[in-house]
Design a protein around this ligand. Structure first.
Ligand SMILES: [Zn+2]
Length: 341
């Protein structure tokens, strides 16, 4: 059985990459100065940052492959204009490509999108296509709120998003719904904004009819589906009140949750409430919560332990660790099959 972690970010990217971003942000305020260029980063710097963090933890914790994307909180689509977002996004995705080239057995790429508040999502199609067709990426992170906590974009079920969905379907890639940093002080980025966005996206899908128009469109809602599994009765009840079909056929053929829930009782609830075919193993390691749980002595984000501890058959665990990810990411399945896996 392969252990596929569907949720990893390059949170430990070389400092020169962030220094480029800092120069880029400074340039927004001083547009007369020469535009900064993305950092020149050596392979050794990438090796150093990966081998001392994500790769080391993969081995320690017993995972095989991480679906790897740029640091989500740093996407910051609300910073600068569209051209700033385009340049930053391209640099971030190119860095992920370098990681996947250096460690093709351990990492497979998912791209950031050059979204920008008020800009049509169609402007992100070219970068998605480049990343999938040229760089070999298998999916993308789609930000439902590029304004960074002010929610100025239409709901995900709005036709605004349709041109992008058409391309996702054509390329047969899923999107992880993933917000970025919060510039609204009401919402802590990882503690409130992320979980709000996960829950909000699910409710939008419930209210809408998106999957009637796109029956093969697939989304991963991370962080265990936000508040949704815990409140599953509320959502089933709302579907009924709003005269929507049962969630199993209305939403859950197209929407999947990861296991980035950082304690055993939360994972126990997730697998009790949500169909196992809708759960993908994920850890978001070296991410939002990096400490050790004093009650267990283990890292909060060592989520494989929680799955291992479940009273499920080996076949059921294989669905969570491998099978579901191969189904949701067909381009990953093709890569693995080509490797005889
Ligand atoms: Zn994430």
């Amino acid at each position: 059985m392969l252990i596929i972690d569907c949720h990893g970010h390059y949170t430990t990217a070389p400092a020169a990459h962030q220094a480029f971003r800092d120069r880029q942000i400074a340039h927004i305020k001083d547009p007369g100065s020469p535009a900064p260029m993305p950092a020149r980063i050596g392979d050794d710097e990438i090796r150093e940052t990966i081998e001392t963090h994500q790769l080391k933890l993969q081995k320690q914790r017993g995972a095989d492959i991480t679906i790897f994307s740029p640091r989500a909180s740093a996407m910051a689509h609300h910073v600068g204009d569209e051209s700033v977002s385009q340049t930053w996004t391209r640099a971030c995705n190119d860095l992920i490509k370098r990681v996947t080239d250096l460690y093709p057995d351990n990492f497979v790429g998912v791209c950031q999108l050059p979204q920008s508040p008020g800009v049509p999502i169609a402007h992100s199609i070219a970068e998605l296509t480049r990343c999938v067709s040229e760089l070999g990426f298998i999916g993308c992170n789609l930000n439902p709120d590029p304004s960074g906590g002010h929610w100025t974009a239409p709901p995900l079920t709005d036709r605004h998003w349709y041109p992008f969905y058409e391309k996702m379907v054509e390329l047969d890639v899923p999107a992880m719904i993933h917000v970025s940093g919060s510039c609204n002080p009401n919402f802590h980025a990882t503690g409130a904004h992320y979980i709000n966005a996960d829950t909000t996206a699910f409710m939008q899908f419930l209210e809408g009819d998106l999957f009637k128009d796109f029956p093969s469109l697939r989304f991963i809602i991370p962080h265990g589906g936000g508040a949704v599994p815990y409140h599953w009765g509320r959502y089933r009840g709302l579907a009924d009140m709003l005269k929507r079909p049962p969630l199993r056929e209305h939403v859950m053929k197209n929407v999947f949750f990861d296991t980035c829930v950082y304690h055993q009782p939360g994972i126990d609830l997730l697998v009790e409430v949500i169909d196992l075919d809708n759960i993908l193993f994920g850890s978001e390691m070296v991410g939002a919560v990096r400490g050790i749980d004093p009650t267990t002595g283990h890292y909060f984000d060592d989520t494989k332990r929680y799955i291992d501890a479940l009273a499920l058959s080996a076949e059921d665990k294989r669905r969570i660790f491998e099978g579901n990810a191969r189904r949701v990411y067909p381009r990953l399945d093709a890569k693995l099959t080509a490797r005889g896996l």
